[in-house]
Design a protein around this ligand. Sequence first.
Ligand SMILES: NC(=O)c1ccc[n+]([C@@H]2O[C@H](COP(=O)([O-])OP(=O)(O)OC[C@H]3O[C@@H](n4cnc5c(N)ncnc54)[C@H](OP(=O)(O)O)[C@@H]3O)[C@@H](O)[C@H]2O)c1
Length: 242
Amino acid sequence: MSRSALIIGASGDIGQAVARQLAAAGWSLYLHYFQHALPVQKLQADFIQQYPRQDFFALAYDLTDETQLDQISDQLFQVDAVIFAAGTTTYGLFQETTTVQLERLWEMHVKTPMLLCQRLSAKLARSDYGRIVFVGSVYGGSGSPLEVAYSTVKGAQSAFANAYAREVASQGITVNVVAPGAVDTKMNQLFDATAKTQLRSEIPLSRLATPDEVAYWIQALLKKDAGYLTGQTLYVTGGWRK
Ligand SMILES: NC(=O)c1ccc[n+]([C@@H]2O[C@H](COP(=O)([O-])OP(=O)(O)OC[C@H]3O[C@@H](n4cnc5c(N)ncnc54)[C@H](OP(=O)(O)O)[C@@H]3O)[C@@H](O)[C@H]2O)c1
């Protein structure tokens, strides 16, 4: 039987790259989305055709709503890996960040993923080797002005992985964070050409990452041979700060 992964944020650019790499590697997938069903429907249709022996399901959920989590987790049969690749940021001075913005960031990036880990831990423990991977951020390590709240919740993902990894190690589950620097996705559409040039000049590799270059490390962490690495944050930044 193929291994099954739940990809939270499979409709996003990094999530889609993860889904493509895992499907090609023989995984069955639960593909989560929030407002954009179309990218997930397309992935699902392609995968069903290309990989007829694997299963592909789509599921919608708003991570800022914790009330339906039991129903969502009860729908999943086998879960060998969970990838948290969803989330947005908020730009602006911290002084002007509202309570609602703070709550949404906390719920999306930390609280609901933590609640999902609680609900899926028994399924992950039944796997030969369970895997949890968060898509964190370089800002969780170094912090960024104008994204103070986002940097804080990204740092919290790394802190959670560090602690939870120790608690579930005896169940064969690893918990890690892949923390990208700047990735060429919708999230960075706000930057104009000048800002992107400035950003590139700060990155030793002189370019943004592709979603596939981030997904590569995520799929690598899901392998059996990656089992001795846990509680870590891998900075995939092209040599940029961390
Ligand atoms: N792009 C970068 O430079 C970069 C750098 C470092 C870290 N990251 C992190 O990488 C992850 C993925 O980012 P991306 O660049 O792939 O962004 P993206 O293409 O904008 O995708 C964002 C994903 O988050 C989902 N999402 C947004 N709000 C949600 C909510 N309330 N509930 C559930 N899902 C929600 C979106 O679902 P729908 O589209 O279906 O609504 C989508 O799947 C994020 O955690 C981000 O912080 C990105």
